[in-house]
Ligand binder design. Structure first.
Ligand code: PHE
Length: 359
């Protein structure tokens, strides 16, 4: 190709580059600079030239190659910037636009109940703790005074993992973790800063029907300190239940029961009307939670001297009290992710659970 033809090649390439879109620009690059490209072909002819001609032609070709490479890069930058602009324009979100009710979400009733429980116990000075879903046998059972042969293990049959770990059957193992940590911390014991925690979270049992789910939610509570009595337990739980069901006159009854980890143990019942389902009315009783004074063996297992420290614990099923409070008939509906159900039973995301406003 004569020298002035390189000018023509450059002029034509520059025109095409200026008009190219993202795809054709890549095609152009290949057709000019690729393995079989026009400029590459010119470079290949250098080998057969005599040294002087090669020197002159080589210099021209190098300039051409640089100019074209730069033109391709500049066009690429322009195209990329334009693509980004149009994407930003297309994806713009108008945060001032009104809510579209057909796509608005809602707070799930389980989350709402958890928030309400947290608000009530925070006001009583409890901290909120959590722990892992996968637990070791000792934290979930043995430390809680449930021996390996104990029938309570069958009542809480769970999912066993390789290596002997379990999916926790209750949130009580977080109580064990908290007490161990507390006992290890000399200052906590010396200054006797009481433990006051609630533990909301996921729990697992090998059950599945209209009132049992293999995964459900619980909140347990634990108080440890000097001179903690059954009176504290009763006052605390009565206050909790009356606040949660928004009824200051709610009848509450404590009934002797058995749990391996508490002594004495009590089921807590609330007054209701069995026929209408109305809470706080009528003369029937409904079992609502388990509670008791922490068993001395459990304290000792955690390195706490039961002669010096006492405490109480309780556990409540979040689904259960949510179903009662809002008249939800089937437990399984909680987990079906049906938006129509959520729209009916869910809560507005901008009105958080606040104790002073009542629930
Ligand atoms: N851990 C018990 C359960 O899940 C509940 C409970 C906790 C009962 C604390 C008494 C005291 O069944």
């Amino acid at each position: 190709m004569p020298a002035n033809d390189l000018n023509l090649l450059q002029a034509q390439a520059e025109l095409k580059i200026a008009a190219a879109d993202s795809d054709t620009l890549e095609e152009l690059r290949v057709s000019l600079l690729g393995k079989n490209g026009a400029i590459t072909a010119e470079l290949k002819t250098l080998g057969a030239m005599d040294p002087d001609a090669r020197k002159a032609r080589g210099a021209e070709l190098n300039v051409l190659k640089t100019v074209i490479t730069q033109a391709l890069a500049e066009r690429r930058a322009v195209l990329d910037a334009a693509a980004l602009e149009s994407r930003l324009a297309a994806e713009r979100i108008d945060v001032t636009a009104p809510v579209r009710p057909e796509i608005a979400g809602a707070i799930h009733p389980i989350s709402r109940t958890t928030e309400e429980i947290a608000a009530i116990f925070s006001a009583m000075g409890f901290a909120i703790k959590d722990g892992p879903d996968i637990e070791n046998d000792w934290n979930n059972f043995s430390a809680l005074n449930i021996a390996a042969h104990h029938p309570a293990r069958a009542m809480m049959d769970t999912f066993y993992l390789q290596g002997g770990e379990v999916l926790r059957t209750h949130t009580s193992p977080v109580q064990i973790r908290t007490m161990l940590e507390w006992a290890r911390s000399q200052t906590a014991q010396a200054t006797a800063q009481p433990i006051r925690i609630i533990v909301p979270g996921r729990t697992f049992r090998a059950d599945h029907d209209a009132t049992h789910s293999p995964m459900f939610h619980q909140t347990e509570g634990l108080v440890i300190g000097r001179g903690i009595t059954l009176g504290h337990l009763k006052g605390c739980l009565i206050d909790f239940l009356r606040a949660f069901f928004d009824n200051p006159a709610l009848p509450v009854r404590f009934r002797a029961s058995y749990f391996p980890f508490t002594e004495p143990s009590m089921e807590v019942d609330i007054g209701w009307n069995r026929k209408t389902g109305e809470i706080g009315a009528g003369s029937d009783w409904l079992e609502i939670l388990g509670s008791g004074m922490v068993h001395p063996n459990v304290l000792a297992n955690c390195g706490i001297d039961p002669r010096e420290f006492q405490g109480f614990a309780f556990g409540v099923g979040i689904e259960r009290i949510t179903m009662l409070k809002h008249g939800i008939a089937d437990l399984r509906l909680f987990y079906e992710s049906d938006v129509r159900w959520l729209r009916h039973y869910g809560f507005a995301s901008l009105s958080p659970a606040m104790l002073h406003e009542g629930f």
